[in-house]
Design a protein around this ligand. Structure first.
Ligand code: UFG
Length: 324
């Protein structure tokens, strides 16, 4: 199947392209290279540099390539930035996606897989969080993702646009063959931050050591990007046989604490990892883990590479041997 991968030069999108090709599909990439990198892509993948909300460009892509399904990885994803610049988040993550969906419909492309996030749930009311948990996002990033989910539900009902929403918990790790990984210049998430601190011999901050968890630090559900990409392939298979709209969590239902991550990095690197207790970060829940039972029951997906060792080791290998 020919698949338009929007944001295909980024952290997860670039791995998606590799695994689509491995599975016999044909990825076509649209990316504005604001955070992505062309070096992440095989040179034989058709690449369009541009904006996902540019309807003229979309029209020309849909005219030239016989796209059957679109995957979206091109969101702005920083919670803090979204609070400071909500306009940027609603424009990029909602308005432009709306234009993309309208272009798809105009060009009779009716299958869509959307990368969403655990941030749509807000503060967890029970654990593990399943798809029926109330959605009460507490920042514009989470709200922007939830808005698109609602749009997709309505577009399925009104226009027959078939879509699957995948709500990622904490995406982590790097490709197992070491070819792609997290490549942002300014690190935003815990594991890349700790790895960079190890490299630069800096001290990592632990935000909150008085949470109601075994070691007092926050627990998150880390899911390997190879598993996330595998879920997209399952979603693609599902959409090639079924119509409709559905939502799935992607997590492991197990958590790792901040302190466990710091200890694992130390163990795997054989280096001293300096850390210091810092105040709680506003908006952080103490514990967030997913139930992904629905993805198992309906898509037949389960995580295979999200054990702690594989996540940290692949991230470590990428960080210290990255190609771009
Ligand atoms: N943390 C530290 N020190 C740091 C950075 C992070 O202690 O220097 C802690 C945070 O307080 C949190 C945990 O490490 O407890 C993970 O923090 P991240 O910033 O890596 O990730 P979040 O759980 O805050 O959020 C991530 C994504 C969101 C997504 C969410 C879904 O960044 O986009 O997972 O679960 F919505």
């Amino acid at each position: 199947m020919k698949v338009l991968v929007v944001g295909g030069a980024g952290y997860i999108g670039s791995l998606m392209c590799r695994r689509l090709s491995d599975a016999g599909h044909q990825p076509v990439v649209l990316d504005d290279l604001s955070t992505g990198n062309k070096k992440a892509l095989h040179c034989d993948i058709p690449f369009y540099e541009g904006d996902l909300g540019d309807q003229l460009l979309l029209k020309s892509i849909f005219n030239k390539e016989t796209i059957e399904l679109v995957m979206h990885f091109a969101a702005k994803i920083q919670v803090g930035e979204s609070v400071e610049k909500p306009d940027l988040y609603y424009e990029n993550n909602v308005a432009k996606v709306l234009r993309l969906l309208n272009s798809m419909l105009e060009n009779n492309v009716k299958r869509f897989i959307f990368s969403s996030t655990a941030a749509v749930y807000g503060q967890p009311q029970y654990l593990p969080v399943d798809e029926n948990h109330p959605t009460k996002p507490i920042n514009p990033y989470g709200a922007s993702k939830r808005m698109v989910e609602i749009i997709l539900q309505d577009y399925e009902h009104a226009f027959g646009l078939n879509s699957i929403v995948l709500r990622y918990f904490n995406a982590a790790g790097a490709s197992l063959d070491g070819t792609t990984g997290e490549a942002q210049r300014v690190k935003q998430n815990l594991i890349p931050i700790v790895l960079e601190n190890v490299e630069k011999e800096r001290t990592s901050q632990i935000f909150g050591t008085d949470w109601d968890t075994d070691d007092g630090t926050c627990i998150r559900d880390y899911i390997h990007i190879e598993d996330i990409v595998a879920a997209h392939l399952k979603a693609l298979e599902h959409l090639s046989k079924n119509e409709g709209f559905d939502i799935f969590n992607l997590g492991t239902s197990e958590g790792l604490s901040v302190k466990q991550i710091v200890d694992l990095v130390s163990q795997i690197s054989g280096k001293e990892v300096k850390s210091v207790a810092a105040p709680r970060r506003p908006g952080d829940p103490g514990k967030l883990v997913a139930s992904s039972q629905k993805a198992y029951d309906i898509l037949g997906w389960q995580p295979c590479h999200s054990d702690h060792e594989t996540i940290i080791r692949s991230a470590y290998n990428w960080h210290f041997n990255r190609r771009y």
